[in-house]
Design a protein. Structure first.
Length: 120
């Protein structure tokens, strides 16, 4: 999809934000394990073009899709189809959006344990 978006960094940013609704530069770099300069440059270009909006949270700048971007819905639909074509492990990792730590003392439920309880 690099040829469709112009660069691999732009594709990575847009798929990440489409899957998780928001993201910041370091988080995107850490997820894709890529250099930070191309990601930061593309984030600035996408913001200047009106595709993304930047919101400061303390010293961190969080990027989201611009709700006023005229092709927003179509772009998100295309990006979600691209994510569907990713390998299952990448897709699962990308769509897993846990941002808060588990509550203290909360039990961990594993899928295998739930299945064992349902079977007699």
């Amino acid at each position: 999809m690099k040829s469709l978006f112009g660069s691999i960094s732009r594709e990575r940013i847009l798929t990440f934000i489409a899957a998780r609704e928001q993201g910041y530069a370091r988080e995107i770099v850490k997820f894709w394990k890529c250099p930070d300069q191309p990601i930061k440059r593309e984030l600035n270009l996408l913001e200047a073009a009106g595709v993304l909006i930047a919101m400061p949270f303390g010293r961190t700048i969080v990027y989201r899709m611009n709700p006023r971007f005229f092709l927003r819905n179509e772009l998100i639909a295309l990006l979600l189809k691209i994510i569907d074509a990713y390998p299952p492990d990448w897709k699962e990792k990308l769509l897993n959006n846990r941002r808060r730590p588990r509550a203290k003392g909360k039990p961990v439920l594993l899928l295998e344990d739930i299945i064992k309880k349902e079977k007699p």
